[in-house]
Design a protein around this ligand. Structure first.
Ligand code: MN
Length: 564
């Protein structure tokens, strides 16, 4: 049954009412594809229905773009559909503000922000359904948007789906993104794999009856025997590891056997190994040892008829459902058993599931980050001591809890921190000592030549901010009083570019200043090299001017100076 069917049959139900409401709200709006906007809302809700989520989530799926793209407010939605639905939509709207633009170091903190702001896992599930449909209609968007959204999907949402145990969705998202991220590789695969698939499928069709017969003789009644083609994106990843040699890929097409019980899984494995010898080292028991995301199955690779290598995946129907729908499947199972409302379930059985989810996240963190960061993430007990604030451009800034706009400003750049004169949070002017919370959009106002105030030291939270404020204050003093030193040492942080020392010395000598020494040490600073220059100058104004000029050199990241 689709969302539309439900709306027709039961217009008074929550889903029915949401359908009619969304239809009115989006009336006249069109998607980039030219279709009515409502189609997108309905497709999103249909995915949620397919994942067997509760009515509130499906209704929120229908309404997810209403607050963002129409004149209707969250208050109106709350009046009409209750607190829970409006809470889910508020979450979706918040997630919509987070954008990934392709800086490696951001991936980790964006994923954390998404998890932290999702508060309720259903928010993330709606977002995934929304993204799934957006990816299916990506071809209608302008080229630059296609690339950004595909990259975000590939780097952020597909891994999140995987971590929630939604393997199928994760693979679909990766596959949909793949042609936009790597068009050449996609073309190559299309041209080179097609014939291979067809050969393999013919062969598998031939051996399928052999498998079915052997199983029947042992008394095993499989629910389904099918073969599946390997996805383009995962095939490409594998090919890269095997010198692009297709001959070396054994699971280009693999058998999948669905049986009724765990016992039957192992029995089936035995039957297959009796038919054909297993390939050494390729038997994987993910039932006894599930993957970190909860995936359960038996895998084996055998040398079958005509010495052809074939992969088999064997699992129960429940394992299959979980492999397809992951965390959503857990909710669906509880629904069938208890039939209670989501709120009731949340306090009874869902606790157990949520604990499992948190465990999965911990494993994920373990895999992803170095041990120091992992320890920190354990200590912070999942984001409790961390906040994730957002720049107006959608960049995520990761800060300790209790941080202020001043900490935020220094995290972006020391100059922005030093010249900060005011801040807006979510469009409202706030005092500089205001405490930020996750999901806040922070805008910093600066004024050229402005200096930090010593009072900031009383409220800033990060060491970075304290360090810069103190440094700046001591330099301010240096300007007010006659400077006794005769020389200045510049420290220039730069990428190791040929000719950088020449560029630096040209700038200094053009200002008619003598250079006492210049050396490029092997000391690195996050991939940057440090160049130290000592010159005969003690006029703070001139020093500042030179520092500015040095900073404008290509590849220079930071310039510091001190009087010596
Ligand atoms: Mn949407």
């Amino acid at each position: 049954m689709s969302v539309k069917d439900i709306a027709k049959k039961e217009p008074e139900s929550l889903i029915g009412k949401a359908y009619i409401f969304a239809e009115k709200a989006h009336n006249g709006q069109k998607r980039a594809s030219g279709e009515p906007y409502l189609n997108h809302s309905v497709c999103t809700a249909d995915f949620l229905l397919e994942w067997k989520l509760d009515d509130e989530t499906v209704a929120a799926g229908l309404l997810h773009d209403v607050a963002e793209d129409t004149s209707i407010t969250l208050n109106e939605i709350e009046k009409e559909f209750g607190k829970n639905v409006s809470f889910l939509i508020a979450g979706i709207t918040k997630l919509g503000k987070i954008k990934y633009r392709g800086t490696e170091r951001q991936i980790g903190s964006i994923k954390k922000l998404i998890l932290a702001s999702s508060e309720d896992i259903r928010v993330l599930l709606i977002k995934l359904a929304d993204r799934y449909h957006n990816m299916q209609t990506l071809r209608f968007l302008p080229k630059n948007k296609q690339k950004r959204i595909a990259l975000e999907t590939y780097e952020i949402y597909a891994p999140l789906a995987y971590r929630l145990g939604m393997q199928n969705l994760s693979g679909e998202l990766e596959d949909l993104a793949f042609p936009y991220i790597n068009p050449e590789a996609y073309k190559w695969l299309q041209e080179n794999i097609k014939v291979k698939y067809e050969d393999r499928e013919k062969y598998l069709a031939k051996i399928k009856p052999i498998v079915a017969k052997a199983l029947a003789e042992t008394g095993i009644r499989p629910q389904k025997i099918s073969f599946r083609a390997k996805r383009y994106s995962s095939l490409y990843k594998k090919l890269l590891r095997y010198d692009m040699d297709i001959e070396k890929i054994y699971d280009l097409v693999a058998f999948r056997i669905i049986v009724s019980s765990v016992e039957d899984c192992y029995a089936t494995l035995g039957v297959i190994h009796k038919l054909w010898p297993p390939f050494p080292g390729r038997i994987k028991d993910y039932i006894a040892m599930p993957k970190p995301n909860g995936y359960k199955s038996l895998h084996t690779v055998v040398i079958a008829v005509n010495k052809q290598i074939v992969e088999f995946q064997i699992r129960t129907a429940q394992m299959h459902e979980e492999a397809e729908n992951g965390i959503a499947a857990h909710w669906a199972y509880e629904e069938k058993k208890g039939g209670k409302s989501y709120a009731q379930r949340r306090t009874s059985v869902a606790d157990k599931k949520e604990v499992k989810w948190v465990q999965q996240l911990r494993t994920w963190q373990k895999e992803q980050e170095n041990s120091e960061e992992f320890l920190e993430s354990m200590k912070i007990d999942f984001f409790k001591d961390r906040i994730f604030a957002i720049t107006p451009k959608g960049e995520v800034i990761d800060l300790p809890a209790g941080s202020t706009p001043v900490d935020f400003a220094y995290r972006i750049h020391s100059d922005i921190g030093n010249q900060c004169i005011g801040a807006k949070v979510n469009g409202q002017i706030v005092p500089l000592a205001h405490k930020l919370i996750s999901g806040d959009i922070v805008e910093i106002n600066t004024q050229k030549g402005k200096k930090p105030s010593s009072s900031w030291l009383e409220f800033v939270r990060t060491e970075l901010a304290k360090h810069h404020i103190k440094k700046e204050l001591s330099q301010k003093k240096g300007m007010a009083f006659p400077v006794k030193s005769k020389k200045t040492e510049f420290r220039v942080l730069a990428k190791n570019r040929i000719g950088i020392i020449k560029d630096i010395s040209i700038i200094i000598s053009r200002s008619h200043i003598g250079i006492t020494s210049i050396n490029s040490s092997s000391e690195t600073h996050g991939g940057f090299h440090v160049v130290k220059i000592i010159c005969d100058i003690n006029d703070p104004k001139k020093v500042q001017k030179i520092a500015l000029k040095l900073k404008n050199i290509e590849e220079v990241k930071e310039v510091e100076y001190k009087f010596i």
